[in-house]
Design a protein around this ligand. Sequence first.
Ligand code: LHQ
Length: 267
Amino acid sequence: MSEHLIQIEPQGAVRLLRLNRPEALNAFTAPLLSQLRQALESAAEDRETRAVVITGAGRAFSAGQDLADPHVAPSRDPGAAPKDIGHMLEHYYIPLALRLRSMPVPVVAAVNGVAAGAGANLALGCDLVVAGESASFIQAFSRIGLIPDCGGTWLLPRLVGRAKALELALLGDKLKAAEAERIGLIARVVPDAELAGTALAIAQRLAAMPTRALYETRAALDDAMKLDYEPALKREAQLQSQLGFAYDYLEGTAAFLDKRSPEFKDR
Ligand code: LHQ
């Protein structure tokens, strides 16, 4: 694997991962998806890394699956056997989406341009999505006879509700960053020139926070979507009980009472 389809740029406790196929709008190929999963794995294993940023090289975040890739492009030869594109999802997208969603550290998406198809849903699967004002999101799947994948069917209704999820997924229209922020699809839109700095500053802030509590916050929010109220309350109590025994709670409360900045360590 000689080609660096993911550029890894360590910035202190933050690891920045840059999708790096700018000539193809960072469209996903099997090697790029493998390298991204490995880069996330390595960030998860590195105890010094406390937050991750994912962004794109060039003018796009990602155009989604590379539709010219022979793994997925249907053959135009009527005699050729049809391809099962589900294999691509099973072998590349599902492991990547699962790795992303269970990262021990928070992941910030810095969406620097168009994010289409699986490229949009990779971004939306991150914990905090910041976009430059010229960025856009396209659920491009229906345009080519497919359904939202890379977590799209799960993420969209949770993020924006059924009505907007269906509007985005059925029509496949381009949604500008400002509108994406307005409907709650993403957290924040900033001027293009401020995107990299803002995303890094957010990641650095998260990196200084109690990582384990952040991880459990994501897990508890996701779990609560499928729980009734009382089980959700009980889950909060169970997690709070565990976190209450951890170093970071001791440090957080001590720092507050001592009127100093905390130094969190748990991960
Ligand atoms: C591309 C692509 C692309 C190849 C731009 N592939 N070349 C999972 C598993 C299995 C199968 C299928 O799908 C999936 C998940 C998915 O992600 S499906 C959805 C795949 N993505 C799309 O359908 C988006 C296709 N792209 C577009 O609609 C446009 O290119 C966008 C809106 C992203 C950007 O538009 P423009 O800014 O106008 O740029 P452009 O269209 O001129 O693209 C620039 C070049 O990039 C161009 O090549 P060229 O040689 O003419 O410069 C495009 O052909 C190429 N490109 N997306 N996904």
